[in-house]
Design a protein around this ligand. Structure first.
Ligand code: ADP
Ligand code: MG
Length: 394
């Protein structure tokens, strides 16, 4: 069995830098239950933090230099003076680490140099937010090591999440919304996190599926997704332009009951479909939370299916692999299933009875084989804890 990522981070640290770290911090990946492409529209989303985590073993340096090493990336440590961190510098994966140092410094915090070694169990590039897990593990470490004390309150964690988002937007150059970092920072075991991205407020919603004989199956389609970045930016742009045409700060301000009128004021069919997805999806998040709180899992499942159809037909961010995973899971008896994450590949989720998860997984694998797709990978996800310190001292 491969060793746990906490141990791998320790080993990575001693191999790359020698000695032991000051401590080890970790943060989870996330999967979104419902509320897709809503975060950058000031809307609602409902992610859970995953059991899979990224670990950062960190030691402060007396100078203002940053050295970074990941056991998931080939090559020796990446070294850069903190003063040289800017958009595109460093490039590649190290931007996600260096960006957090930069964002905290921009926010006025005194940020030290450091040696950072990374190891993770979050699948990279699968839409489960390995990027936010990395940023938030580093952010948690800096909060403790620089004495910022941001982990102790949800306000502090929200601020840290926002700085991690800045790192990803401004230094790594990925124009993502705020959901991933909030989920990774504020996730709670046994709970989903209702995010209101208009004001970054959160509410924990009990989500203990096992207690109800249910399970959440995450199916990584492993579909190659080359189009993602440009398509994501295009969707954001369309939404922004539509909000401007409608004279509102964001599509969040378009109420479901006013949707028909709003659509009538948009000039083209594509914009109408995009807006219809965003506004109905925000409505579905509220309904899903009501269904979960009432224990009405059949209703929750139907809302997942409606979300998938809206993402497939109106927002046009699904792909054949995601559609096949969803259709096969539903055919195998799932209560609900949908694509999750940005789309064009990545993962689907299925709400299934716990004793049925293995069968659904096997059916999806069989359908993928018949279609000639790459073999998918699936796991059952439970709602887990957000970022924190795992160990002080090596
Ligand atoms: P996702 O967040 O869905 O996994 P992204 O494209 O947003 O996909 O982020 C993946 C990128 O984050 C990787 O290409 C790499 O640059 C960085 N990254 C994530 N996890 C690690 C890790 N354990 N070690 C080094 N870099 C990582
Ligand atoms: Mg990401």
């Amino acid at each position: 069995m491969p060793s746990a990522p906490l141990d791998r981070a320790t080993t990575q640290f001693s191999v790359a830098f020698g000695g032991t770290p000051d401590g080890i911090w970790s943060a989870p990946g996330r999967v979104n239950l419902i509320g897709e492409h809503t975060d950058y529209n000031g809307g609602l989303a409902l992610p859970i933090a995953l059991p899979q985590r990224t670990f950062a073993a960190v030691r402060i340096r007396p100078d203002k230099v940053l050295r970074m090493s990941s056991d998931g990336m080939p090559g020796g440590p990446v070294t850069i003076p903190l003063a040289d961190v800017r958009a595109g510098s460093p490039g590649g994966w190290a931007a996600y680490v260096a960006g957090v140092f930069w964002a905290l410094s921009e926010a006025g915090y005194a940020v030290p140099g450091a040696d950072v070694a990374v190891a993770s169990s979050v699948p990279v590039g699968a839409g489960l937010s390995s990027s936010a897990a990395l940023e938030c593990a580093v952010g948690a470490a800096l909060s403790d090591l620089a004495g910022l004390d941001l982990l102790g309150t949800s306000g502090g964690r929200t601020e840290l999440a926002s700085l991690c988002q800045r790192a990803e937007n401004d230094i790594a150059g990925a124009p993502t919304g705020g959901m991933d970092q909030l989920a990774s920072m504020l996730g709670r075991r046994g709970h989903a996190l209702l995010l209101d991205c208009r004001d970054a407020t959160t509410d924990a919603v009990p989500f203990d599926l096992a207690a109800h004989g249910l399970a959440l199956l995450v199916i990584d389609t492993r579909a190659p997704h080359a189009l993602v970045d440009g398509q994501y930016a295009a969707r954001r742009h369309t939404c922004q332009a539509a909000a401007m045409t409608l004279g509102v700060p964001s599509l969040r301000e378009v109420r479901l009951e006013d949707l028909a009128g709003a659509l009538g004021r948009l000039p083209d069919e594509v914009a109408r479909r995009r807006v219809r997805h965003v506004v109905t999806e925000i409505g579905r998040v509220g309904s899903f939370v009501d269904a979960v709180r009432a224990g009405d899992w059949a209703a929750a499942g139907r809302l997942m299916v409606a979300s998938h159809e809206s993402l497939r037909d109106d927002y046009e961010v699904s792909c054949p692999e995601l559609d096949l995973a969803v259709d096969t899971a539903l055919g195998a008896g799932a209560l609900g299933a949908r694509m999750t994450g940005g789309g064009f590949g990545g993962c689907a989720i299925a709400l299934v009875s716990a004793d049925h998860a293995v069968q659904v997984e096997a059916d999806v694998a069989g359908a993928f084989a018949s279609a000639g797709f790459r073999a998918p990978e699936a796991f059952v996800a439970t709602a887990s804890q957000g970022a924190g310190r795992d160990r002080f001292g090596g």
